[in-house]
Design a protein around this ligand. Sequence first.
Ligand code: HEM
Length: 153
Amino acid sequence: MAQAGLLWSIKRSFAAYVARLPDGRLSLDDGVRPADGDQLYFALDAGAHDLSFAGAVRFTGHFGMLSVTIAAPSLLLDAPELRGTMLAGLGGAERRPLVHFRCRYSDDAMRLLAGDVRLAADAVALFGGTYGEGECFDDFEVLMPGSGEERVQ
Ligand code: HEM
C-alpha cells in the first residue's frame, strides 16, 4: 500500500508536449517521485493542518521561455458541495488556485477521488495562455492518512 499523499499526472498532453521539445525537461524536487501510470507522487505534509503536500515539479523547455512550476499543492474542500480547489506555488511565494475539481471518497474512505479537474483562472498565465480557464486537467487521487504505511519511509 502506498503512503499518504497526492497522485497526479497533472496533464498528460502537456507532459508529452514538453517531452517532445529538444530541450524539454521535467524536474522533480523535494521528494516528488514518479509513480505508476505517469503519475507523480507528492507526500502528505504531516505537519500541516490541511491537506497539503510536499514537493515541487518543474517543466522547462524552449530555452527557458517555458518554465512551469507547481510546488507544495494543497486542497481546499467544500464538503457539502463535493467540490474543491487545489492551490499551489506557481513560481511565486504564495499559493494560488491551480485547478478546481469535483471529488468523492472511495467506498472505504481511504482515497479522495477527484474528477472534472479544470484549470483555474489564476493559472491561465502559467501555461502561457494556451489553455483557457476551465481546460481539462487529469483526474487525481489522494491516499488519505491512515490508509496505509504512511509513516514508513
Ligand atoms: C518558442 C516558443 C514556443 C513555441 C515555438 C511553441 C510552440 C508550440 C506548438 C507548435 C505547440 C503545439 C504542438 C505540440 O503539441 O507539440 C504548442 C503547444 C503548447 N504550448 Fe507552446 N510554444 C512555445 C512556448 C510556450 C510557452 C512559453 C508555454 C508556456 C507554458 C507554452 C505552452 C504550450 C502548451 C500548454 C501547449 C499545449 C500542449 C498540449 O496540451 O497539447 N508554449 N506550443
